[in-house]
Write a protein that binds this ligand. Structure first.
Ligand SMILES: *[C@@H]1O[C@H](CO)[C@@H](O)[C@H](O)[C@H]1NC(C)=O
Length: 309
């Protein structure tokens, strides 16, 4: 009898452990490269949070890579461009370089300017918080689209526009051959406390949008354009997985509904309010079914453990 009780106890422990680790917290991130060039995503986990490996990898044009986040993961993703290895095998990138000298960033962050996708999974109220930020500047268009989650603002965010060409001259970062490859934030370019929301400007009340941050906001209304842009730039989901797309095609070049396999892309999101994300339906399914298979596996494993006791 005592043995049965112990077994039942262990069974319930096993099940709850799987629910906590395997179901509630195991969001997947699907990285998609729709750029015309190879992108080298970088990953930096927040301080005190388990690393999400690998911390840097190559993503060829058209390639997709899926990573499963550890429980309650938090951190950021960005895309590095124009990367190469020199004769000493030192790896460096034209934009978003993390200074590690290697493909993996191993705890180092992006050198600005770089578009960032920021996540806190299983935060307040069990919700995931996420945003796309141009506070450290911009180097690539990025789209973050939740799949299978719920919540009143569980929807896509990002900066879908190519700002490298449109970047104001004082903010522009050029490659050696004269191409605009990134766009600095005003804080990075000029260092003023007013732009950086530091010093006397270090509160939401004193730090206001600048004409520069407003350029970013107009082009990318859902992305953070300055440090206190939270209200319109932070999104939340419960139980979602996420697709992170570099260079999402805009409808001006590609229609969202022409029956292609890959998830569709917002229709001219950058210029309209209350826009519809046409790909949402197609994307719901994959995320939700992944979650369900975790529950299924958790139960089967728990039963097997129970049977063997
Ligand atoms: C999304 O919801 C959160 C939590 O209620 C809120 O703080 C945030 O401002 C909302 N974001 C948008 C873009 O409406």
């Amino acid at each position: 009898m005592a043995k049965l009780h112990l077994s039942l106890y262990l069974l319930s422990l096993t099940i709850s452990q799987f629910f906590i680790q395997g179901v509630i917290s195991s969001a997947t991130f699907t990285f998609v490269n729709k750029c015309d060039q190879t992108i080298w995503p970088g990953i930096l986990s927040n301080a005190g949070i388990a690393a999400l490996e690998p911390t840097g990898f190559a993503l060829q044009k058209g390639e997709t890579k899926v990573l499963t986040a550890p429980a309650s993961w938090g951190g950021r993703f960005w895309g590095r461009t124009h990367c190469s290895q020199d004769s000493n095998n030192k790896f460096t990138c034209g934009t978003g370089d993390c200074g590690s000298g290697k493909m993996e960033c191993a705890g180092a962050g992006a050198t600005p300017p770089a578009t960032l996708a920021e996540f806190t999974l299983d935060g307040d109220g069990g919700m995931d918080f996420f945003d796309v930020s141009l506070v450290d500047g911009y180097n690539l268009p990025m789209l973050v689209a939740p799949t299978g989650g719920t919540g009143h603002n569980c929807t896509y965010t990002g900066c879908m526009v190519d700002l490298n060409g449109a970047c104001p001259t004082p903010l522009k970062v050029m490659s050696d051959d004269g191409q605009g490859v990134a766009c600095k934030s005003a804080c990075e370019a000029f260092g003023d406390q007013e732009y950086c929301c530091s010093g006397a400007y270090g509160t939401p009340d004193t730090c206001k949008p600048s004409s520069y941050s407003q350029l970013f906001k107009t082009a990318c209304p859902r992305a953070y354009s300055y440090a206190y842009d939270d209200k319109t730039s932070t999104f939340t989901c419960t139980g979602a997985d996420y697709q992170v797309t570099f260079c999402p095609p805009s409808t001006t070049s590609k229609k969202a509904t022409d029956g292609q396999q890959s998830p569709a892309i917002p229709t001219t999101p950058q210029f309209s309010d209350g826009m519809v994300y046409e790909g949402a339906d197609a994307m719901e399914n994959s995320g939700a079914s992944l979650r369900h298979s975790y529950i299924f596996v958790a139960i089967v494993v728990a039963l097997l453990k129970f049977a063997s006791l």
